[in-house]
Write a protein of this length. Structure first.
Length: 337
């Protein structure tokens, strides 16, 4: 229901650009470039994505958000540095990337911003506003760090502490027990299934099967629009049965499990649970929970192929970035030295 509504809204928004005469699209694009109008330029990018990107109208909300953020930040930089948007210099674009790197942005973030820039100019070329290809040949350093160095899995003891804290809040605050149970169920689901946060927020109750002998979740639209089934632990099944019995709030859409529309909304409720006694907070996003589950599953199975299937990875090479096998085995080997 949520995904269908999203696709319907996206189709409605982009149809207004598709219905324009080509000359009118060009006129509006040129005007937006002259005025450095970030909203109109984003509309052009969004239209381009639905017409020419591989996913088309099924482009994910996460991709949409990344490109929208990148387009807005680039246009703000253009305005601040007085770019000629329709014919920028190559040095302008490299200067933008270098500024991002100098500000401390991660290489992955800079790569995402560069992708948004390339797409903006591809969209402008599509409407005949320019022939410029300023992002071609752009130099962005490669990130040579091990995936576990960039965002390591949460340690098992830390993850269990957070889950216990979430569960205890349900009993300590009766007036908000439903909200706390909601957060606990989300955390437990992520920690025991390894779903991506977008996949978890898209789940509907029709995707949840809690039969005692075959408890599982059906992910209908994973990365690359691939579907898969994920087993449900007894502990998670019990929590979901309890969660399902709650009255649904007005914040829910259709039969979705969780009322959060974006990962930011979910993070707002989850992050406080990672607060430490010294006042620090070690919440590093939801992907570290996914890596926690993948690492724990590998420790149990010792099978990268099985872990890749559960996590929805197209290649076991991706899964290898979730588990530092050599280090773990070395620790066990030297324990008695």
């Amino acid at each position: 229901m949520t995904l269908a509504q999203y696709n319907a809204d996206l189709h409605h928004r982009t149809s207004s650009w598709s219905n324009l005469h080509r000359d009118e699209r060009r006129r509006r694009a040129v005007k937006a470039c002259a005025e450095k109008d970030a909203e109109v330029l984003w509309e052009i990018v969004e239209w381009y994505l639905t017409q020419h990107a591989q996913a088309g109208l099924l482009v994910s909300p996460h991709t949409q958000l990344s490109y929208r953020t990148g387009t807005r930040q680039l246009v703000a930089f253009m305005a601040e540095h007085a770019w000629n948007v329709l014919s920028p210099e190559r040095e302008d674009v490299q200067g933008y990337v270098n500024t991002l790197l100098a500000s401390g942005k991660s290489i992955a973030t800079v790569q995402a911003r560069a992708a948004a820039g390339r797409t903006l100019y591809a969209a402008l070329r599509e409407v005949d506003a320019t022939k410029a290809v300023p992002f071609e040949g752009l130099r962005v350093p490669k990130d040579r760090r091990h995936p576990l160095e960039k965002n390591a899995p949460y340690p098992r003891r830390r993850m269990e502490d957070v889950l216990e804290k979430a569960r205890d809040q349900v009993g300590r605050d009766p007036k908000r027990a439903a909200r706390h149970l909601e957060v606990w169920a989300l955390l437990l689901l992520l920690a025991h299934t390894g779903l991506r946060i977008d996949e978890a927020l898209s789940l509907g109750w029709r995707d949840v099967h809690l039969d005692e002998d075959d408890a599982r979740l059906v992910v209908r639209s994973g990365k690359g629009r691939k579907s898969r089934e994920v087993p449900v632990s007894p502990r998670l099944a019990a929590a979901l049965i309890r969660f399902q019995a709650l009255p649904r709030s007005k914040r829910h859409v259709g039969d979705q499990l969780f009322p959060y529309r974006t990962w930011r909304g979910a993070a707002y409720h989850v992050k406080p649970l990672f607060q430490r006694e010294d006042g620090s907070n070690d919440f590093r996003g939801f992907h570290a929970i996914r890596k926690f589950m993948g690492s724990r599953l590998y420790d149990t199975l010792g099978d990268f192929t099985a872990v890749a299937e559960v996590l929805g990875h197209a290649s076991v090479d991706t899964t290898r970035g979730y588990v530092r096998v050599g280090v773990n085995r070395a620790k066990k080997a030297v324990a008695d030295w």
